[in-house]
Design a protein around this ligand. Sequence first.
Ligand code: ZN
Ligand code: CU
Length: 491
Amino acid sequence: MHDLVIREVTLYDGTGAAPRVADVALEGERVAAVGPVPAGGRETVDGRGLALAPGFIDVHTHDDFAAVIYPGMAFKLEGGVTTCVVGNCGFGAAPHAAAAVMAKTLHPNLDLPAWQGTAGYMRRLEAQPPGVNIGVLVGHGSARLAAMRMENRAPSGAEMAAMKSTLAEGLEAGALGFSTGLVYDPGRFAATEEIVELAALMRGTGALYATHMRDESTGLLDSVREAIEIGQRAGVPVQISHHKASGRAAWGRVGDSLRLIEEAQQRGESVHADQYPYTAGSTILSAVYRDGRLRGAIGDLEPEDVVIASTASHPGWEGCSLARLAADMGCSAEQAAERVLAADAGVTVVLHAMSEADVRTVLRHPSTMIGSDGIPTLEGKPHPRLYGSFARVLGRYARDEGLLTMAEAVYRMTGFPAAKFGLRDRGVVRAGAAADLVLFEPAGILDLGTFEDPKRAPAGIRAVFVNGKRAVAAGKATGARTGKVLRRSRG
Ligand code: ZN
Ligand code: CU
């Protein structure tokens, strides 16, 4: 007998196929049957008027430590996310000493438990499971920090060997790939050559190279070329993180960056991207304010467009722009940035730096999957993408604006990322697949968070199942923690 049958639900199966009405039966951790399912089952859910999709796969997260310290992961689950890929932008969970530095930035009050390598991190998650599944990328910045601290030069032979052993250990443990953050310290000190040599370790494994590129502003096209070149020379798939054109001077260039991706695909290379559906980004202020200027790889910024997101030292600053702080402090915006950084080197900011037209151009393009890039600073005012990215794509851009079909939008957050990241039996609803599912109201799903009030679960998400267990019921996280570590498969 089936544990649960969802009856007569409108099924978006994650392949991009048009929706169809079906019954979906769950047994244990898996989908047992899809189609007309005979009467019976321990429990029945009336699916009429509701939509069912595979649980959303968030390919771009920074939940490495959140999964350990907030294992309930309600902030993801209530947005329909059942799998988080961690280790993005070069910041990974190993080596532990380097990871601890990043962890302090995001979670200043955290006492990080110890683990050994990526394998140890995975074992820790398996011993104390989070509410969502976790896939792991090895972070180049963390590997480099551990091998050679903040040195701005090429690595020595021994330092390169140390970085390679960090990556090899992670790949052996089942990591899905390797990420860089080429705007951050110390990732930005790495030349193309260094990354090619490291990424080449993944050749033939199916693991991918994910990159927060060197310049997402007027240098966008050169950055995309570098990412593609690294993939070619290393012989590995490429994932461009949070594809965008940042800063007014770069607006419109996504047309050309998308063309570069298309050309690579036409040559038979695996090059794709992810995107969060907002015109504002978010990062650490120290990556934006450099050498006395508000600029850098994200483009020149106006002080009113840089808003403090989270700082444990002065929560009163959260939600204030640098222009506003400068006025309050009676100083220049640059001086205000310096004061904020002096008080809290790890302060995060929201940056209003993109154009809506570009966001739409990228979202419409078939190379784009969805990744929130959510920064889980739950104490402050995190960018609302942490909660609402998936519901926003489905409700606003697919349903309300018709930018892409609902079936296509679901595919971009399920079957597509599962295939790219090598997650077998995830991202699709079919007999035998893992029972990661989202039950939602197709007419009601919508993100509710704003920059002023970001910490709001989206509307319209009724239930979420992770490995067959109800993780969200009536829109609220149940506290179930049935997430697994998802290791790379070549399938
Ligand atoms: Zn990034
Ligand atoms: Cu990121």
